[in-house]
Design a protein around this ligand. Sequence first.
Ligand code: NI
Length: 182
Amino acid sequence: MALMDIRVYGDPVLETRTKPVEKVDEAIRTLVADMHETMKAAPGIGLAAPQVGVSKRLCLVDLSAGSDPARLMVLINPEIIAEEGYQKEEEGCLSFPGVFGHVERPMKVTVRYTDLDGTEREIEGDDLLARALCHEIDHLEGVVFINRMSPLKRRLLLKAIRKLQRDGQWEHRPGEGAEERA
Ligand code: NI
């Protein structure tokens, strides 16, 4: 297994819609193992393939941020097939070091996906899990979370990000505290 580089905002791969995974083969299993390692090291509660530079429709969610291996979810070709309710909570993103902001999400979602054995499954998630699933599936559509914030908040964040970019400080910060990044 190998750690992968986490791409930060500005890398075009993060704003590119991913291609579906056609076959769950050894290459996909290796990619998932490497992404899992990378997500645990970050640490994060979710990681989508574009965040490691791979434009495939695949993401991981682990609300334990690596502390409980049983909670790892591998979602291949996930689609939201139902949603209900509303929540607005603060989110962070591994591709936006130090950036947090409130994002509107459904309170509950149903996601259809393929697992690592190639079996089609459905999962329901509410609250934080719903948020993490929506955040990751957005990544697979090439949508980053600042695009779901208010125009004012987005402008302020982009200004701060551009300054960090100019100062050469816009990069993934491994091991940084907050675990609710995805
Ligand atoms: Ni993210």
